[in-house]
Design a protein around this ligand. Sequence first.
Ligand code: BV8
Ligand code: ZN
Length: 287
Amino acid sequence: EPTQPSSSEISPEDYTTFTTHLKSSTRILALFGAGLSAASGIPTFRGAGGFWREYDSMTLATPSAFSKDPALVWQFYNYRRHAALNATPNRAHIALAELAKNKPNFLAISQNIDGLCQRAGHPAENIQPVHGSIFSNRCTKCPYVEHDNFKDPLVPAFALPDDVDPSDAKFPLKDIALGDLPRCPDCSALLRPNVVWFGEPLPQGAVDRVENWMATDNGGIDLMLVVGTSALVYPAAGFIHTARARGARVAVFNMEEPTEEGPTSRLKDGDWFFQGDAAVLLPELLK
Ligand code: BV8
Ligand code: ZN
């Protein structure tokens, strides 16, 4: 078992203490964010990709933006949906899926809606999406909801030029009439992406699933992996605090040091901060 990491971004001491602790951990929690999919060419919410054309993604992912201009918000999601369909899971997604297969008591909380973990073979019993899926749509009026709709374009008006660059956040924008937006097959009202927007509660089933996992095995947690997230969005980021309170040592995998005050900016003794691309760090540290 080589004790020297091959990636220069990992100190030998951190490599040894982390891999030793990982080996002896059974109850592992994780929080995944947009940075996990960055290496697959999917722009993140913050950082360079945070701006979609001149719009801040934080303002587009809201109920008010959708009711004001559903065609704009739908094109934002259509573009990301197209990017996700054309992306491939990266080596971090795969390493995490492998870890899940070896550690049955590993639960990943994913803030991502791109479905790449699932495509990497991450077992459903080891992952809980908390912000929905870009491949699920629901009616704005009746209970109709659809899952795993991978049709691209979703509606003819959403067809994108073949040369569109999925990693470029300047997505093409066009005038689309309300009637050409996705409509409910049951009541023909407007469909919306079945994702959690800012100001909306997380799906109760998702929160219950995480809390039930937390409560089992006398609730102790050995290790929390925080991968590619700015950990600024609640309630998801709050699970880091909960894990600490239940004894977890926290390992943060991020391209950059946390900028804002948050649960990953105040690391405790025994925590780890691995700086670099998750797609480089995780295959090395989880093997
Ligand atoms: C709620 C789905 C209450 C959609 C998302 C004022 C008004 C309204 C609400 C609030 C408010 N103030 C606070 C709130 C609460 C708000 C919140 O936390 N706001 C923050 C910004 C302060 N939260 C909510 O609104 C939540 N709901 O509170 O409801 C309520 C309760 C009951 C009843 C009614 C209401 C809902 C939050 C969910 C929003 N939906 N996504 C979509 O995807 O379009 S959040 C969205 O942004 C992402 O899903 C993600 O969760 C979040 C942050 O993005 P990250 O994943 O962290 O990614 P980010 O781009 O930020 O960072 C990327 C990271 O990766 C960086 O750290 C970067 O360094 C790193 N990185 C980059 N490349 C790499 C890398 N790391 C490793 N390798 C690389 N290669
Ligand atoms: Zn309907």
